[in-house]
Ligand binder design. Structure first.
Ligand code: NAD
Ligand code: WQD
Length: 339
């Protein structure tokens, strides 16, 4: 298949571009580099040994999006493009609603006009809201969120469900749990701008000496060691999940189907700290501080549906995730170069 990857220069998109090429698909990327650097593209071309066509524009530009589809040849779309920082979405909700929703509208309109019927969308476990029982299952309702970023995912899931039914699209909604790690080469990985919001990039920057210590947000949760538990998934497993979903779309009977992509178990903050210490051989200084507003005690996925219907499951361990994240961080202490 020839697959348009929106946001293909970003963290998860870049790993998925490689997985698609390895599986024999052709890839076209669209990215406005609002949260990524063009230097990732050369690295992807080196790793894959192929030229990757990249279109640099904001998907909200309807004319450019239309023009790209008018060139023809696109069989499917994997839609990663969007803003993703939870805290920033609380401060700038309109930016998040506008970017994440308008980019999706523009893409789906062009898909309909040019008869492209297969779509894989980056959703998130955040759509399970605050009340879903563990483990999270895809049939849980009602979906909700605790911040504007999360609401954009709930809303886009609804929009895509309605459009899929009305216009005969096939849509896979992939609800990621906590993506971490990097390509085993150490040449592509997660490159947060500014202070990392997420746990693993923060730990990695402490290990490499960019930050003095980690703040652990709360040790009074009802978990084994008192720190919060999350379902971490290696970005390489996640990338493989996109290839599996894309290839399964034709077999899935429903117009729209949600799939959890997670490992199916919780790991605590302190377990992650210890694993990263093992991987890096460095001590990670930390202090316990108060809980972060909006955090849940524990989240993990029921992964049965993805196993049964996509033939996919996560295979990489927490130690693999930390080893690969450390290889990326230690080889690229300041992330991707500007040019
Ligand atoms: P990322 O920021 O690294 O990648 C997103 C890419 O989209 C960036 O390269 C950015 O430049 C591009 N982009 C943003 N808005 C655009 C627009 N209007 N037009 C064109 N390009 C645009 O993020 P990521 O971690 O790779 O996440 C990819 C997707 O997965 C996002 O939709 C995110 O919400 C979702 N997701 C991420 C996580 C996570 O923890 N990383 C978890 C669940 C879901
Ligand atoms: C993990 C654990 C923190 C940083 C977020 C989004 C979610 C999804 C994935 C996109 C929590 C603790 C963290 C730190 C800490 N993104 N922590 N010190 O919150 O599970 O999910 O990213 O869809 O929508 O909310 O991930 O990595 O931020 O936190 O103690 O400096 O680490 O409290 O328990 P989270 P995270």
């Amino acid at each position: 298949m020839r697959v348009l990857v929106s946001g293909g220069a970003g963290y998860i998109g870049s790993h998925t571009v490689l997985a698609l090429i390895e599986a024999g698909h052709d890839v076209v990327v669209v990215d406005d580099f609002s949260n990524s650097k063009p230097t990732v593209v050369g690295r992807l071309e080196t790793l894959s040994g192929t030229h990757i066509p990249v279109h640099s524009f904001d998907l909200r530009d309807h004319d450019k999006t239309e023009h790209l589809f008018a060139q023809g040849g696109i069989d499917a779309v994997i839609h990663f493009a969007g803003f993703k920082a939870v805290g920033e979405s609380v401060a700038k909700p309109l930016d998040y609603y506008t970017n994440n929703l308008d980019a999706t509208f523009s893409l789906v309109r062009a898909m309909r006009r040019h008869d492209v019927r297969n779509l894989v969308f980056s959703s998130s476990a955040t759509v399970y809201g605050d009340h879903a029982p563990l483990p999270f299952r895809e049939d849980y309702e009602p979906l909700s969120a605790s911040n504007p970023y999360g609401w954009t995912k709930v809303m886009i899931e609804q929009v895509l469900s309605d459009v899929a039914r009305a216009d005969d699209l096939k849509v896979a909604l992939l609800r990621y749990f906590n993506p971490v790690g990097a390509h085993p080469s150490g040449t592509i990985g997660e490159d947060p701008q500014g202070i990392p919001n997420n746990l693993l990039p923060f730990i990695a920057q402490v290990a490499v000496g960019r930050r003095p210590k980690l703040s652990v947000f709360g040790d009074d949760y009802p978990t084994e060691d008192g720190t919060a538990e999350r379902d971490y998934i290696h970005v390489e497993d996640l990338a493989a999940g996109h290839v599996a979903a894309l290839e399964a779309l034709g077999r899935i009977e429903e117009p729209v189907r949600a799939f959890n992509l997670g490992g199916g178990r919780g790991t605590s903050v302190l377990e992650m700290v210890r694993a990263f210490e093992r991987a890096s051989g460095r001590e990670i200084p930390y202090e316990i501080v108060g809980r972060r507003a909006g955090d849940l005690a524990a989240t993990w996925a029921d992964t049965t549906r993805a196993a049964e219907e996509l033939g996919w499951r996560a295979t990489r361990s927490i130690d693999d995730m930390c080893a690969d994240a450390w290889r990326w961080q230690s080889q690229n202490p300041d992330g991707y170069p500007d040019a």
